[in-house]
Design a protein around this ligand. Structure first.
Ligand SMILES: *[C@@H]1O[C@H](CO)[C@@H](O)[C@H](O)[C@H]1NC(C)=O
Ligand SMILES: *[C@@H]1O[C@H](CO)[C@@H](O)[C@H](O)[C@H]1NC(C)=O
Ligand SMILES: *[C@@H]1O[C@H](CO)[C@@H](O)[C@H](O)[C@H]1NC(C)=O
Ligand SMILES: *[C@@H]1O[C@H](CO)[C@@H](O)[C@H](O)[C@H]1NC(C)=O
Ligand SMILES: *[C@@H]1O[C@H](CO)[C@@H](O)[C@H](O)[C@H]1NC(C)=O
Ligand SMILES: *[C@@H]1O[C@H](CO)[C@@H](O)[C@H](O)[C@H]1NC(C)=O
Ligand SMILES: *[C@@H]1O[C@H](CO)[C@@H](O)[C@H](O)[C@H]1NC(C)=O
Length: 772
C-alpha cells in the first residue's frame, strides 16, 4: 500500500512537472502504468531443477527484445526499434525543466564543459600590474626543465614551487601556462590533449588550486613528490612514491581517544549467541542486491566504431585508425560505412564501451525475476553511474542528468526496498574530484552541488528521511543510517583515498584531511555502544594490488577495521574495479604490524567484497549479485552472481541480454577438502570445517571463510583460475591465471586490505581487463 501511494505520488509529481513546463517532447509514451512495475514487458523466465543452487532462484532471465518504453515518460526520438540509442527526456526536479536533447544526443558531442564550471583559488597579495607573472613562470620552469645537470625529480619539484608562485599571484593564468608547457615538453601525446586537459573548466582551475594550496616548503611534506609521481607520472618525473607515513602508537592512541579505547570491549554473551536483528516473518534470509559501476552512456552511438583507436568507443566520433586514414584528412563523424568500421557497436553493448540504456534497463529489469518474482529487500549500489568520457565531455549537467535518470529507474524497477548508494569517482564533474571542507578561500564546498543533488534525490525517492539527506549533504554524500533493527550502514566518499582525486595531494601526509574517517570512527563507536552491526559501503576499494587507492588513508582505514572487527563491523562493500574481487583484513595488534600482518586464517578479522560492474567496459560481462543475509547477524550467508554474455549481443539482429546464474559463493568456494586433509596441522582454519572440508551450512561467509579459501587456493591452484573466470564473469577476454607467479600474486592481492600492503605483492596480475 505504501508502495502504491509512493508511485501515485511520483506520477502526480511527474504529471505536474510535465504540464507546468512544456518540454520539447517528440515521442510520448502512454502515461506511466502501474503494471510496468510488476511486469517489465513480459520477460521470459526459465528455471530448471537440475542445476539450481537454490531452487528459489530461477537460473536465467531473458530481457524483452523491445525497449521498455514506459521506463521513461517521454523521448526525443522514437525509442522503439534497435537501430539507435533511445533518448529519454529527463526532467530535472530542481529546475522543473527538461535536460535538453543536446546534452546527451549521440550525434551532438560537446565541445568543452561550460567555462562557468571553473573554480580558481583566490589570488593572495596585491597583484602588481607591471609584472607578467605568466611569462616569468613559463620562462623559469622552462629553464629548470632544460637544466641538464639536475635530476628529473628535482626539476619537477622546483617547477611546482614556481607554479605555486604563479597560482597564488595570478591563478587564472595557470591553465594557459600548463597548456603551453604541456605542448613544449610533451606531457601528453598531442597538443589537442594538452589543451583539453589543462583548460580552465576541465582540470586547469583545479590544478591551480592544488598548486596554490599544497605545501611544497616544509620538510616533512610529501605533496610535491606525490604530485610529481601521481599527476605528472613517475615515468616523466622519475620521482619515487613517498613512503607511507607510519601510524604509530602515539598516532593511534590519539585517533581512538586513548590506549584503552583502542581495544574492542568484550561482547556480552547474550549478544554473541544471537545478532541484534530479528528473524523475518517467514524465517528466510534477507535478499540484498549488490550492484556496481553502471556507467550508463547516453551518448552511445549504435553502429559506431566499437573497435576504436581514439578516445571513447561506440561514439559518433570513434574510428579505427587502421581503417580510416586521418593523416590526410581529419575524421568527419558520420562518414563511417560497413567497409571502414571494424566492429559496429551493438544496440545492447560492447566489451569496449559503457552501458547503453537498453542494457541498463535489461539489468534492472532482471532483478525481480532472478529473485524469484519478489522484490529484493534492499539494494547496495557501490557507485559510478556516469559514463567514462574525455575530461571535456563531463559537465555538471551530465552528472545530475545521469543521477536523476538512474535513481528514478532504480526506484521504479527495484520497488519499495531502499537503495543505499555510495558516490563513485565518476559521479562528479570533473571526474575523480572531491574537495575537502578544509580547503581555503571557501573552496571546500565546490562540489556541494553534487552532494546536494544525490542527497535531494535519495530523499525524493523515499530512501532517506530529511535529516539523513542533510547528513549526506554535509558529509560529501556519506551518511550513517539505521534501516533495520540492529543494522547500521555507514557510507563514505572514497574519492578521499582515490589516486585520481588531485585534492588528496594537498597535505598528503594527513591520512584524513577530509574528516571522513573521523566520521566513520565516531559512527562505529556509537554503533558499538548500541550493539549494532555495521556495513561499511563505499566505491573505491582499499587494497588489492594497491594501484588505485592511496597508502596513508587506507592504512588508517585498516586500523579502523582492525579495531571494530568482527564484533561491530559485519561487512564491507565496494566496487570500482569492475571485477569480482575480495580483500582480507588481518589483526594488526600485538606483535603484528600493518607492513607485514600475519595472514594466518586465525588472524583474519574482516573481508571486503567488490561487486563486479554492470558496464561491460572493458572486456567483462555485465553482472549483478543477489546476497542472502542472515536477518539477525547481518552476515552474508551466500550470494548468487548473474551475468549476461556480451558475445551474444553481436550480429545484425542481436539477441537481447540473457542474465544467467554464474555461481553461488558457498557452492563455488565452500569445499576445503585439501585444507582439511593437509597433514600440516598448523592449518588454523580446520576447526571451522565439517568432515570432508565442507563449510558448515550454518556458518556465514565471513573473513575466516575467505582466508581459508586463500589457503585452499595455495593447495589447489585451479581454484585461482575459477576465481579468475568469475572476476571477468566468463568473459572470453579474461586471461587465464595458471602460472605459479600469477597464482601467488592473486592470492597476495586477496590478502591485501590496504594499498601499501598490496603494493608489496608481485604486480601485473591484478586485472582481467587487458585481455584484448
Ligand atoms: C622567475 O625567476 C626570477 C629570477 O630568479 C624571479 O625574480 C621571479 O620572481 C621568478 N618568477 C616567478 C613567477 O617564479
Ligand atoms: C642548473 O642548476 C644548477 C643547480 O641549481 C645551477 O647551479 C645552474 O646555474 C643551473 N643551470 C642553468 C643553465 O640554469
Ligand atoms: C582496428 O581494425 C583492425 C582491422 O579490422 C583490427 O584488426 C583491430 O583489432 C581494430 N582495433 C581495435 C582496437 O579493435
Ligand atoms: C568510409 O567508407 C565510405 C564508403 O563505404 C566512404 O564514403 C567514407 O568516406 C569512408 N569514411 C572514412 C572516414 O574513411
Ligand atoms: C613490522 O614488522 C616487521 C616484521 O616483524 C619488521 O621488520 C618491521 O620493522 C616492522 N615495522 C614497523 C613499522 O614496526
Ligand atoms: C566466522 O564464522 C565462524 C563460524 O561461525 C566463526 O567460528 C569464526 O570465528 C568467524 N570468523 C570471524 C572472523 O568472525
Ligand atoms: C571437494 O573437492 C574435491 C577436490 O576437487 C573433490 O574431490 C570433492 O568431491 C569435493 N567435495 C564436494 C562435497 O563437492
Amino acid at each position: 500500500m505504501a508502495r502504491l501511494a509512493g508511485l501515485l505520488f511520483l506520477s502526480c509529481l511527474a504529471a505536474w512537472l510535465f504540464t507546468s513546463r512544456a518540454g520539447p517532447v517528440v515521442h510520448s509514451t502512454p502515461a506511466l502504468s502501474l503494471n510496468f512495475f510488476d511486469d517489465a514487458a513480459s520477460p521470459t523466465v526459465s528455471s530448471s531443477s537440475s542445476v539450481s543452487a537454490s531452487p528459489y532462484y530461477p537460473l536465467a532471465y531473458t530481457a524483452p527484445k523491445e525497449f521498455p518504453t514506459s521506463a521513461f515518460k517521454s523521448y526525443y526520438n522514437d525509442p522503439t526499434g534497435t537501430s539507435e540509442e533511445p533518448r529519454p527526456a529527463i526532467t530535472d526536479v530542481a529546475h522543473r525543466t527538461y535536460y535538453p536533447d543536446s546534452l546527451a544526443n549521440p550525434t551532438m558531442l560537446p565541445t568543452g564543459v561550460p567555462a562557468s564550471e571553473a573554480v580558481f583559488p583566490l589570488p593572495s597579495g596585491k597583484p602588481q600590474p607591471r609584472i607578467d607573472y605568466a611569462s616569468q613562470a613559463k620562462a623559469n620552469i622552462t629553464a629548470i626543465l632544460r637544466n641538464g645537470t639536475q635530476p628529473a625529480c628535482r626539476k619537477c619539484l622546483d617547477s611546482l614551487r614556481v607554479g605555486q608562485r604563479l597560482a597564488r599571484k595570478e591563478p587564472e593564468s595557470v591553465p594557459r601556462v600548463l597548456t603551453e608547457l604541456c605542448e613544449a615538453f610533451k606531457f601528453k601525446s598531442d597538443a589537442a590533449t594538452c589543451q583539453s586537459t589543462y583548460s580552465a573548466s576541465v582540470l586547469g582551475s583545479i590544478y591551480a588550486q592544488v598548486l596554490s594550496y599544497a605545501d611544497f616548503d616544509s620538510e616533512q611534506s610529501t605533496d610535491g613528490q606525490y604530485i610529481c609521481y601521481m599527476v605528472l607520472g613517475a615515468s616523466i618525473s622519475e620521482c619515487p612514491l613517498p613512503t607511507p607515513r607510519e601510524l604509530d602508537d602515539e598516532f593511534l592512541d590519539e585517533w581512538f581517544g586513548g590506549r584503552e579505547k583502542r581495544v574492542a570491549p568484550e561482547l556480552p554473551e547474550t549478544r554473541t549467541r544471537r545478532g541484534p536483528g530479528e528473524k523475518t516473518k517467514d524465517g528466510s534470509n534477507l535478499r540484498v542486491l549488490h550492484m556496481s559501476d553502471i556507467h550508463v552512456d547516453p551518448r552511445y552511438f549504435v553502429g559506431g566504431e566499437a573497435g576504436c583507436t581514439n578516445g571513447q568507443c561506440c561514439r559518433y566520433d570513434s574510428y579505427n585508425g587502421t581503417l580510416v586514414d586521418t593523416k590526410t584528412h581529419p575524421f568527419v563523424p558520420g562518414t563511417l560505412g560497413a567497409s571502414n568500421t571494424s566492429r559496429p557497436a551493438s544496440y545492447w553493448g560492447d566489451f569496449h564501451c559503457d552501458s547503453p540504456w537498453p542494457l541498463v534497463l535489461a539489468a534492472l529489469g532482471s532483478v525481480k525475476s532472478l529473485n524469484g518474482g519478489k522484490e529484493v529487500d534492499m539494494t547496495l549500489f557501490t557507485g559510478d553511474m556516469v559514463t567514462h568520457d574525455e575530461a571535456d565531455h563531463v559537465s555538471r549537467e551530465l552528472v545530475t542528468y545521469t543521477q536523476q535518470a538512474v535513481f528514478d529507474l532504480m526506484r521504479a524497477y527495484l520497488g519499495k526496498g531502499p537503495v543505499f548508494s555510495a558516490i563513485g569517482n565518476h559521479d562528479s564533474a570533473p571526474s575523480d574530484a572531491a574537495s575537502q571542507h578544509s580547503l581555503p578561500d571557501g573552496r571546500g564546498g565546490q562540489l556541494s552541488w553534487d552532494w546536494n543533488n544525490v542527497a535531494r534525490l535519495w530523499e525524493a525517492e523515499g530512501w532517506f528521511s530529511h535529516s539523513e539527506a542533510e547528513q549526506a549533504r554535509s558529509h560529501y554524500a556519506g551518511y550513517s543510517v539505521n534501516p533495520r533493527k540492529g543494522l547500521r550502514i555507514i557510507t563514505i566518499n572514497t574519492d578521499f583515498w582515490y589516486r585520481g582525486n588531485v585534492f588528496n595531494y594537498i597535505h598528503s601526509r594527513d591520512p584524513d584531511r577530509s574528516g571522513s574517517l573521523r566520521f566513520l570512527t565516531e559512527e562505529l563507536f556509537r554503533a558499538e555502544a548500541k550493539g549494532e552491526k555495521v556495513w561499511i559501503v563505499g566505491h573505491v576499494l582499499t587494497g588489492w594490488d594497491g594501484s588505485n587507492p592511496l597508502d596513508n588513508p587506507t592504512n588508517l582505514f585498516y586500523h579502523i577495521v582492525d579495531r571494530f572487527s568482527p564484533n561491530t563491523i559485519a561487512h564491507i562493500f565496494f566496487g570500482h574495479t569492475h571485477e569480482d574481487q575480495f580483500n582480507l583484513f588481518y589483526g594488526v595488534g600485538g606483535g603484528n604490524n600493518l607492513t607485514t600482518p600475519s595472514t594466518l586464517t586465525s588472524n583474519a578479522k574482516m573481508v571486503s567484497f567488490m561487486a563486479p560492474s554492470i558496464t561491460p567496459g572493458s572486456n567483462v560481462n555485465p553482472s549483478l549479485r543477489i546476497m542472502e543475509i542472515d536477518p539477525e547477524t547481518y552476515q552474508v550467508m551466500d550470494w548468487h552472481q548473474y551475468y549476461a554474455n556480451v558475445q551474444d549481443f553481436t550480429g545484425r539482429d542481436p539477441n537481447p541480454p540473457v542474465f544467467r546464474h554464474l555461481y553461488s559463493a558457498r557452492e563455488e568456494y565452500g569445499n576445503f577438502s585439501s585444507l582439511s586433509s593437509s597433514s600440516s596441522s598448523s592449518s588454523s582454519s580446520s576447526p571451522h570445517l565439517e568432515e570432508g572440508g565442507r563449510w558448515p551450512d550454518s556458518s556465514p561467509l565471513n573473513a575466516t571463510f575467505w582466508s581459508s579459501l586463500t589457503e585452499e587456493m595455495e593447495l589447489r591452484s585451479q581454484l585461482v583460475q575459477t576465481f579468475t573466470v568469475n572476476q571477468g564473469r566468463n568473459s572470453i577476454h579474461s586471461p587465464p591465471c595458471v602460472t605459479e607467479e600469477c597464482v601467488r600474486a592473486k592470492i597476495c592481492y586477496m590478502r591485501s586490505g590496504s594499498a601499501s600492503i598490496g603494493k608489496l605483492c608481485p604486480q601485473g596480475y591484478g586485472s582481467v581487463q587487458s585481455g584484448g
